[in-house]
Design a binder for this molecule. Structure first.
Ligand code: PLP
Length: 375
């Protein structure tokens, strides 16, 4: 059969990411491509930087969008900040903490893991005990919003602990940025990375990244070269920083950056606090509906992420069949359980543009109808 153009349906994306993208952002994506060193493009990149500083609530001059997905943002933090022999404390309460541990090992670092149950937040007390026992550690790494379970950890308390012990903090804010409060400067966080396709509701493939002066100082004082050429941020710095110093490092994903510019602009126009509140309001509505349908949440109310609702599957429900029915009949995607929760839970995302009244209503009515048909 002859291959023809790919024409995807318009799905409603309520999983763990990518999330629904607004028509406004999709439109920005299709604007004419200009050269990545075109003066107009460079002006737009300056705006992306200041919009990202707003989203992260930071004045860090090193605030960029890495040309790669969130996983590369994670890797960029570790390869730049961890030298062979460095001890790093890694908090693990889900899939992404485990990936951080693997990153440290691949950088030749020594890992001390602080484990918490899946669905629980990182225990600040346990971390404090661990930092006391390992004052020689160079960094503390943790996930702010664990997308595999829907648990929110106290990034402010953890950031303060790292500072008290003279360590850098490395923070995964892939799912938190734009969805829940994240105050990079006020909380004294050092290396924070995110992703374009979660609460920013942009196309996948970009990773917002910010480094504090302390993180930059660590990079500048390294004794060993950074093993990754592409992720070596000292090489990228020249592109993003100095006026008139934009030189070629790699070809920026021009159109994706138009889309990020547009989605960050939408966030700024809405206002961060309003965006956080919208996620919370939509979560409350979804929560009431889900509980009426008999669902139970994986995470305690006090630590629950509004943008990622992990709920246990009701007894006797066929995981794959229901999700497929939702996709086929309603064009609705919800997320399967990941890792330890595979087959046991669903993850319903309310991220960015997806955190809307009509999505909540559709999700609840589609679930109700689909659960009944599957019985
Ligand atoms: C999605 C996600 C990542 C990975 O981002 P990709 O863009 O898929 O590479 C990392 N950490 C968390 C918490 C995530 O939710």
């Amino acid at each position: 059969m002859a291959i023809t153009s790919f024409l995807p349906p318009r799905r409603i994306l309520m999983g763990p990411g990518p999330s629904d993208i607004s028509p406004q952002v999709l439109q920005a994506l299709s604007r004419p491509t200009v050269g990545h060193l075109d003066p107009l493009f460079i002006t737009m990149m300056d705006e992306v930087k200041s919009l990202l500083q707003y989203a992260f609530q930071t004045k860090n001059s090193f605030t960029i969008a890495l040309s790669a997905p969130g996983s590369a943002g994670m890797e960029a933090c570790f390869v730049n900040l961890v030298e062979p022999g460095d001890k790093v404390i890694v908090c693990r309460n889900g899939v992404f903490g485990e990936r951080m541990r693997e990153n440290v090992l691949r950088c030749g670092g020594e890992v001390v893991v602080v484990d918490d149950e899946w669905g629980a937040p990182v225990s600040v007390d346990k971390v404090e005990q661990t930092l006391k026992a390992h004052p020689d550690a160079k960094a503390l790494a943790f996930v702010h919003a664990e997308t595999s379970t829907g648990a929110l950890s106290d990034a402010q308390a953890l950031g303060a602990l790292a500072k008290r012990f003279g360590m850098l903090s490395i923070v995964d804010a892939v799912t938190s940025l734009g969805g829940v409060p994240l105050l990079v400067d006020e909380w004294q966080l050092d290396a924070v990375y995110s992703g374009s396709q979660k609460c920013l509701s942009c196309v996948p493939g970009l990773s917002p990244l910010t480094f504090s002066d302390a993180a930059i100082a660590k990079i500048s004082s390294r004794k060993t070269p950074i093993q990754s050429w592409f992720l070596d941020q000292t090489l990228v710095l020249a592109y993003w920083s100095g006026e008139g110093r934009r030189s070629y490092h790699h070809t920026a994903p021009v159109n994706s950056l138009y889309a990020l510019h547009e989605s960050l602009l939408m966030l700024q126009q809405e206002g961060l606090e309003n965006a956080w509140e919208r996620h919370q309001t939509m979560h409350q509505k979804l929560k009431v509906g889900l509980e009426n349908l008999g669902f139970e949440f994986v995470v305690d109310e006090a630590y629950r992420l509004p943008q990622l609702n992990a709920v246990y599957l009701p007894q006797g429900v066929n995981d794959g069949a229901v999700r497929q029915h939702l996709l086929k009949t309603y064009n609705l995607e919800i997320g399967a359980g990941l890792g330890g929760l595979a087959g046991k839970a669903w993850r319903i995302g309310l991220m960015g543009y997806a955190a809307r009244e009509e999505n909540v209503a559709l999700c609840l009515s589609a679930l109700e109808a689909s659960l009944n048909t599957s019985k």
